[in-house]
Structures are given as C-alpha cells and as structure tokens.
Design a protein. Sequence first.
Length: 204
Amino acid sequence: MPDSVDGTASKKSSTAPSPGERHALEGVALPAKAFVPVTETEIDCVVTALSPAGATISTPAAAALGSEIVLYVEGFDRFSAAIVSTAQDVVRVKFHCSPNKQARTAEKIACYRSGQPLPPTNVRVAQRGPLHSVRTFKRKNGEIVDFEVIDISLSGTSLRTKCRPAIGEIITIGTVDGRVSRHFDDGIAVEFARRSSPTLNILR
C-alpha cells in the first residue's frame, strides 16, 4: 500500500484517524525549500502533501537530500525532518516536532483548507527546529569531539557538547565548516561558513 504523508504504511481500519491524518493536506502544490546541512545545499522543491507529522516532497534533486533536512514550506514554517522513503522524484519525510508545533501546523492546515489567512509564523533571523542526533565535529587541531544537535537552521546550529572551542574557531561538521559564534550553558552555537560552490542554491 502507498505510504502516508508521515512515512507510515496506510492501513484500512474502522478506527478514527490519527490527528496527523485528520489534518493532512493531499494533492497540493506548496512552494518549499530543502536545506541539506551535511552538504550545505539549498534545493527548491514542491510539497504535494503535508500533515503535522510529515510531508511528501517533489523534487528532481531527491537523490541529493541525504537522510536529514530542514524543510521550509512557504506560509507554514520550517521543519527539521528525517527522510523515510525516496522513489524517483518523490521524497517522504517525518518531522521532528514538538506537540505544540504539531498543533500550530494543524491550525495552519485548517486555515488553508477554509481559505482563511494563515496564522503568522514567528519571525526570527534564523528560525530553528529540533534535530536530535549524536555526531562528531573536528577541531582545527585534529581533535574529534562528540556532540548532540539541539537545533539547526539555514545559517547555523546549536550543539550540546562538553568541549567549547574558542569563539571564532572554525570547526568541521561532516563536510561543512562552521565558526563558533557563542557559548551557552551546555554547548556552543555555530554559524555555517558559506562556500562558493555550484552545489549551493541549486535550482534556486
């Protein structure tokens, strides 16, 4: 059976639909952008299905998305998401969302369906969403440091780590360089270093 919008298999059942299913948009064409942190690539795409739990994305660059992305859906907000399936130009993702954010997304979907203006999205210079994963970064001196991603945006990330490199130090996360911009109680904030590369702003 075809996957649902949140990447789970659809099953016929007499039980009531889940909140994600009740508030799902199907057969839409919402302009969107996907940011791939590990390659620092930004890709234009179209969201063809959306629920508080996940989305279906159409993009000819599906193979370049990797396993984790930040998805910006015009009018709906940014979402940290995990890829759950890929088939040709179609990708299904599951959101890393708090219950509160799921409720806000459901509210926006209800407004969209009824033709009402969408509730405003909280504006931030670099809006972020949760993306929990344990990984490592490399310091300039070669030291390998464990960290947990607290949140991530198109311009940077916040990392939970016991190591706090000096502000201004360049660290490498996967293939992406970043500058330590500040310290906080249990970690550091990092600004991604934008590079001149033909892979950046692809399809933009």
